[in-house]
Design a binder for this molecule. Structure first.
Ligand SMILES: C[S@@+](CC[C@H](N)C(=O)[O-])C[C@H]1O[C@@H](n2cnc3c(N)ncnc32)[C@H](O)[C@@H]1O
Length: 418
């Protein structure tokens, strides 16, 4: 995989289409993140730390135009959010962000310093810190600094935009979540490059050490990669592996397919809290069509639960028709899954969201809509937090509501939908 090069005396590198798509997701995500966190009009300050651990040189060329790279994009979005939010406010909200930009190459950080200075940003370590070195050597101090600034919330976004698949030790992501429970991590991972190049050689075994693949994992991947449907199986195994090692609770994968190589790259959002996951999945619906997914949006999406052979699955584009198909799929498959979940005792809405989040392209609102329809049709009941049954025509689910099997099935004796 080609890597970008920056030098302060030279033009920035030409951007490729998949990197552009990635930056588009990042921008859209940050925009929504800021919106979500500043909805409360009484809030006076938003503290957030943004860490770009593989920052690059700050700009790209997009044919004849200059395009902002991830560090500039973070700064621009924070500033734009402050302007946008304060337009309609009586009490102004202060965006108190700190930015850490790290890259191992001095010529890259030199270029970055140059473009920041040209745009009048001050690199004073108070708001913007540019550091040359390996991310793994810098992360501890960065986390300490975040904790000093935000002893309680520790709210932070980490962008780990590596080239390839082995520059980010997955254990480090685990470490970040351990230290900062509300952190979110966006990680690029060249999944197809890994799958294609994997070999049982000592060199390769050493190379995949940062991602904690054991020799038997490697053997399994090699065995499956040429088999019928094997690639989808491997993708799923890898996703599960990343979740396991990082100990993230939620992940949302974006699949970016570089035109030149046709090899899929993943841009994975990892977090420990459900709201972050829902904000991320919304991006798929907002951006539409830029990413390739297979499946019907229900519980069988590639990257969510891809046990089927990808060639036979339809492409999913997060468009209107996909949404209708997904709702149909959810209505078909959710009853049985929900039945199993609520079989022993009523299960609350938060737990349902948590349980299904990594398996589907549905937003929580889509899941709620399906559950409400099932309630109306008498397949489940809803209990309020006080334990009393809510009306069947209820239109909004609250997070502490609980779903239980119906006390009076509407048509006794008839088989359920499942
Ligand atoms: C894909 S580029 C980053 C592009 C940037 N995120 C953007 O979109 O504008 C990856 C960068 O990571 C840097 N890098 C590679 N390994 C690193 C490591 N272990 N620690 C820190 N930086 C690293 C490379 O020098 C390169 O500049």
């Amino acid at each position: 995989m080609a890597s970008f090069q920056w030098h302060p005396d030279e033009q920035p590198p030409q951007i490729e289409s998949h990197s552009k798509a990635k930056l588009e997701v990042l921008r859209a995500y940050l925009r929504r993140y800021f919106e979500r966190l500043t909805m409360d009009p009484r809030r006076e300050e938003l503290k957030l730390d943004l860490v770009d651990g593989f920052a690059g040189g700050g700009t790209f060329q997009d044919h004849h135009k200059v395009l902002s790279g991830s560090p500039l994009l973070m700064l621009e979005e924070a500033r734009a959010a402050e302007d946008r939010i304060n337009r309609g406010r009586r009490k102004p909200l202060k965006m108190n962000c700190k930015f850490y930009f790290i890259d191992k190459e001095k010529s890259h950080t030199d270029h970055l310093r140059k473009v920041l200075t040209e745009r009048d940003y001050e690199i004073d370590d108070k708001i913007i810190s540019v550091q040359t070195g390996l991310f793994k050597d810098k992360v501890k101090n960065v986390i300490q600094s975040i904790r000093r600034r935000q002893p309680r919330a520790g709210r932070a976004i980490f962008l780990l935009d590596q080239t390839g698949f082995s520059q980010v030790e997955l254990e480090l992501v685990h470490y970040i979540f351990n230290e900062l429970a509300t952190a979110e991590v966006m990680l690029t991972f060249a999944a197809d490059a890994l799958i294609n190049h994997l070999a049982e050689t000592p060199k390769m075994i050493k190379m995949v050490k940062p991602i904690d693949l054991s020799e038997s994992d490697i053997h399994e991947i090699i065995r499956n990669r040429n088999s019928h449907g094997g690639r989808a199986l491997i993708q799923r195994t890898l996703c599960d592996h990343i979740l396991n090692v990082t100990q993230a609770s939620y992940y949302t994968p974006f699949f970016l397919r570089p035109r030149q190589s046709r090899r899929a790259l993943w841009f994975i959002h990892l977090s420990k809290h459900p709201t972050a996951r829902d904000v991320m999945i919304q991006q798929h619906w907002d951006i539409q069509n830029r990413f390739e997914h297979y499946g019907t949006g229900g519980f069988d999406m590639l990257g969510w639960d891809a046990l089927k052979e990808s060639e036979t699955l339809p492409l999913f584009h997060f468009g209107k028709l996909d949404e209708e198909e997904m709702q149909r799929q959810l209505l078909d498959s959710l009853p049985e899954k929900l039945f199993r979940l609520a079989e022993e005792e009523p299960v609350n809405v938060d737990a349902i969201h948590h349980h299904f989040a990594n398996q589907t392209a549905a937003r929580f609102a889509d899941l709620d809509k399906t559950i409400l329809q099932l309630v109306q049709e008498g397949e489940f009941d809803i209990l309020g937090p006080d334990g009393k049954a809510r009306s069947k025509s209820v239109r909004i689910l609250r997070s502490k509501d609980r779903v239980r099997l119906p006390s009076n099935p509407l048509l006794p004796g008839l088989p359920r939908r499942w």
